[in-house]
Write a protein that binds this ligand. Structure first.
Ligand code: GLA
Ligand code: ZN
Length: 671
C-alpha cells in the first residue's frame, strides 16, 4: 500500500533532502507528491525550463525506495505569466478581475491559459514520462478552489455558445427559462448575461445553467491536461486529481472523476471536529464517484490553519483518521505535508515534522502506522464495502437548493447527512450514488431529497422499485424540472405515481420551527412514537392503496398524512413529508432497514464507528474508537485482529482513539 507525504523539496536547502529521504524511509513512507506549485521554478522565464532540481529530488528519494506522484503546476501561474497575459485572470461575480498574489487566479476557459497549460504539462511530461520512479500524475491542485466560477467576457461568450449547443434555438431557450417574465426575452444570443452581482436576483433557470456550464469548464480544462499527458506518458503512470470531498460542491464531481484513472481527495478532519460521521460521509462520497477505492492525497498530519491554527490532533488521532480513510475505501494515504513550511501563507499549516525538521510525537505516530501498513497493507487495499444501502446525491439539487432553499434554513448537506448518519450509526454500509446509478445492487435506496427530477431519473427509480427494491423519498422532492422550473403537475411531480401520493399542500416552516408527527403504532410496531419534524412539511394525500404510516399532530393539518408507503411492482416506496435530524429519525430508519432484511449492528458504543471492506470473499470489519475513553465492543463472535495478530473473544477492547481490523479468519488465510 502506498503511504506517503506531500513534499516540497524546493522549500528546503538541497543538503537537507537526503535527511528527509532517510527519515521518510524510517517511517515506512514509500511515496511523495511533488511539484504541483512549482511553475515559477520549472519555467522561470517563458520557455526556459529547469527540471534538474526535481530530477535530483526524485533520484534521492528513489534511492530510499520512495516513488513519486508529480503534480502539474497549473494551480499557480507565475508572476511573469500573469503580467504577460492579464486576460487569463479570473473575474469574480462582483465583476472585479482577480489580481496576482495568491493562487488559482486563472480562468479555465481562457484560450491563452489553455495553451500555456498544455505547454507546461507537455514539457513536464516529456521530462518525466520515462522516469521509472514516477508512478502517477496529479492534475493541477483542487480545481474550483478560491474562484469556482469565472465571469470574464470570454466566459460570457463561451456560455452563450454553450446555450446555443444546449437549446439550438432562442425559442427553445426562452421556453425553458420562462423569459416572458419581466421582459427577459432574448432576441440574439449575445444579449444573454452572466448572473453577476449587478443583475440582482437573476433567473434561477439561467443560474442553474451557468452552474452547469462553469462546472463543465473545469471538466474540459482538466481534459486538456489529461490528453496532453496521455500523448506522452506510459499507461502505468496513472492520472488523478485531488478533489475536496463531499463538502466542496462547486463542480459536478461525478463528471470530473469520469476520465481520471482514480479519485483522490484532501481530508482535513479538524474542520469537522467531533464528527467522524461527517468525515465518513466525505470518504463515502469520494469512493462513490467511480465506485472504486480512492487515495487520500492530503491527509491531515498536524494543527492546521492559515492565520489561526486548529488544536493539535490528540495522540493517536492522526493514525485513527488515516485508518478511517482506509476503512471507507482509501488505498493510499499521503499526509499533508512532510515538514511545516517556514514562510508564506501556510506557515501555520503543520506537517508531520515541525518547522525545525526533527522527529517528534507526530512523526512517531506516522511511523507506527507505517510499520503496521508495511505488514498488513496489502491485505487491505483493493477491497470495497459490500453493497447494502445507497443514498442518492445530485449536483443539480445542490445548485437549485442553494439558489432557492424554499424554506429558511433548508440545507442540502443537512438533509443528506441526517440520513447518512442514521444508516452509518446502524452500521449499514452505504454508498453515495447519482440519480442515474445502477440501483439494482442495493436492498435499500434513500433519496433524502430529490428536488429536481428528470424523466430518466424517475424511470430509473421506478424500475428499481418495480423489480423489488425499497425506496425512501424525502420531503420536497419532484418539485423542479430539468430547466429549474416548477413542474406543472401535483407534487411530487414525476415521482407521484411511483410513491402513490400527492402533496396536497406544503408548509415551509423553517429550521427554527417544528411540527409534531405521530407514527401509526399498529402499522409500524414501534410503540407510541411522537416526533418533531422541522424545516418543511409536505401534507400528503395518499392515492389508491397507499398506506399512511404517520400523521401530523400539530397545526391546521393535524390528522393529515405525513409518511406513506406503497407497493409498486415487486417493491415498496415510502414518501416522508417532513424533515428531521438523525437522533429523531433513528427508530424509523432502523425500521426501514430491517424491513429490507439488512441487519443493523447492535450495541455499538457512542463514538465507535464500524465500516467494512471485502475482497476475494473475505470481509474485514474496521472498528474505530473516536473517543478519549477505552471502549468495549461486542462482536458477533470470535474474530482475528490483523494489527495485533491475535484472536479475540466475543468482544474487543479499543483504547482511546484506538482501532481494530477484524477478519472472520486468520490473516495468513487471506493471502
Ligand atoms: C489544500 C491544498 C494544499 C494546502 C492545504 C492547506 O488542501 O491542496 O495545497 O494549501 O489545503 O491549506
Ligand atoms: Zn473566464
Amino acid at each position: 500500500m502506498y503511504y506517503g507525504a506531500d513534499y516540497y523539496p524546493e522549500h528546503w536547502p538541497q543538503e537537507r533532502w537526503e535527511t528527509d529521504a532517510r527519515l521518510m524511509r524510517e517511517a515506512h513512507i514509500n511515496l511523495v507528491r511533488m511539484g504541483e506549485f512549482a511553475w515559477s521554478l520549472f519555467e522561470p522565464q517563458q520557455e526556459h525550463y529547469d527540471w534538474d532540481w526535481l530530477k535530483r529530488a526524485i533520484d534521492i528519494l528513489a534511492a530510499h525506495g520512495i516513488s513519486t506522484v508529480l503534480g502539474t503546476p497549473t494551480a499557480t501561474p507565475p508572476a511573469w505569466l500573469c503580467q504577460a497575459y492579464p486576460g487569463i485572470m479570473a473575474v469574480e461575480r462582483n465583476s472585479q478581475r482577480v489580481t496576482f498574489g495568491e493562487r488559482r487566479q486563472y480562468c479555465p476557459t481562457n484560450a491563452s491559459y489553455r495553451a500555456l497549460s498544455r505547454g507546461i504539462v507537455t514539457a513536464m511530461a516529456e521530462q518525466f514520462a520515462g522516469n521509472p520512479h514516477v508512478v502517477a500524475w496529479q492534475l493541477d491542485n483542487e480545481f474550483g478552489g478560491h474562484h469556482p466560477r469565472c465571469y470574464c467576457p470570454e466566459c460570457q461568450c463561451a456560455f452563450q455558445d454553450w446555450l446555443l449547443q444546449r437549446y439550438g434555438t432562442l425559442a427553445a431557450l426562452r421556453e425553458a427559462w420562462g423569459t416572458h417574465f419581466w421582459s427577459h426575452d432574448y432576441t440574439n444570443w449575445a444579449q444573454i448575461p452572466l448572473p453577476v452581482d449587478s443583475n440582482g436576483v437573476s433567473n434561477p433557470c439561467l443560474e442553474l445553467d451557468f452552474y452547469r456550464f462553469a462546472s463543465e469548464q473545469w471538466v474540459a480544462y482538466q481534459q486538456l491536461q489529461i490528453e496532453a499527458l496521455r500523448r506522452v506518458i506510459p499507461a502505468h503512470q496513472r492520472i488523478t486529481h485531488n478533489l475536496m470531498g463531499f463538502n466542496f460542491q462547486e463542480i459536478d464531481y461525478f463528471d470530473l472523476a469520469r476520465e481520471l484513472d482514480f479519485v483522490s481527495w484532501d481530508n482535513y478532519p479538524i474542520f469537522q471536529t467531533g464528527d467522524p460521521a461527517y468525515i465518513a460521509l466525505n470518504h463515502t462520497a469520494m469512493r462513490g464517484l467511480k465506485d472504486m477505492p480512492f487515495w487520500v492525497m492530503e491527509e491531515q498530519s498536524g494543527p492546521s490553519g492559515w492565520q489561526v491554527m486548529s488544536r493539535q490532533p490528540r495522540p493517536g488521532q492522526i493514525r485513527l483518521w488515516a485508518y478511517q480513510a482506509i476503512a471507507h475505501g482509501a488505498d493510499a494515504i499521503v499526509y499533508f505535508r512532510w515538514r511545516t513550511c517556514r514562510f508564506n501563507t501556510e506557515e501555520y499549516w503543520h506537517g508531520i515534522l515541525e518547522h525545525h525538521g526533527q522527529p517528534r510525537r507526530r512523526y512517531y505516530e506516522v511511523q507506527q502506522m507505517g510499520q503496521e501498513l508495511a505488514r498488513v497493507g496489502e491485505k487491505l487495499e483493493g477491497a470495497m464495502p459490500p453493497k447494502a444501502a445507497a443514498i442518492i446525491m445530485s449536483y443539480d439539487d445542490i445548485r437549485t437548493l442553494r439558489l432557492q432553499p424554499g424554506a429558511r434554513g433548508l440545507a442540502y448537506n443537512d438533509i443528506i447527512s441526517s440520513y447518512f448518519r442514521a444508516l452509518h450509526q446502524l452500521g449499514i454500509p452505504v454508498d453515495i450514488v447519482p440519480p442515474n446509478a445502477d440501483l439494482s445492487l442495493y436492498k435499500l435506496v434513500v433519496a433524502p431529497i430529490l428536488h429536481l427530477v428528470t424523466q430518466e431519473w424517475a424511470d430509473n427509480l421506478s424500475n428499481y422499485v418495480n423489480q423489488g427494491g425499497t425506496l425512501w423519498v424525502g420531503a420536497r422532492s419532484g418539485v423542479k424540472d430539468t430547466s429549474n422550473r416548477v413542474v406543472d403537475s401535483p407534487l411530487p411531480g414525476l415521482l407521484a405515481e411511483l410513491c402513490g401520493v400527492e402533496v396536497e399542500e406544503y408548509d415551509a416552516i423553517g429550521r427554527a420551527s417544528t411540527c409534531e408527527v405521530e407514527l401509526d403504532k399498529a402499522l409500524l410496531g414501534l410503540g407510541e412514537l411522537r416526533l418533531a419534524g422541522h424545516t418543511w412539511c409536505d401534507i400528503l394525500q395518499p392515492r389508491g392503496d397507499t398506506e399512511t404510516l404517520a400523521y401530523y399532530a400539530s397545526d391546521y393539518y393535524t390528522g393529515k398524512p405525513a409518511l406513506t408507503r406503497t407497493r409498486y411492482g415487486l417493491g415498496t416506496a415510502f414518501y416522508c413529508g417532513f424533515m428531521t435530524d438523525t437522533g429523531t429519525m433513528l427508530p424509523l430508519v432502523r425500521y426501514l432497514v430491517e424491513s429490507t432484511g439488512l441487519e443493523p449492528w447492535s450495541g455499538l458504543p457512542e463514538g465507535v464507528e464500524v465500516a467494512r471492506r471485502a475482497k476475494e470473499g473475505i470481509e474485514l470489519t474496521y472498528l474505530l474508537n473516536h473517543t478519549t475513553e477505552p471502549q468495549s465492543v461486542a462482536l458477533p463472535g470470535a474474530m482475528f485482529e490483523l494489527l495485533t495478530q491475535t484472536n479475540t473473544s466475543s468482544s474487543i477492547e479499543l483504547g482511546p482513539y484506538g482501532l481494530a481490523i477484524l477478519s472472520p479468519v486468520a490473516i495468513d488465510k487471506l493471502s
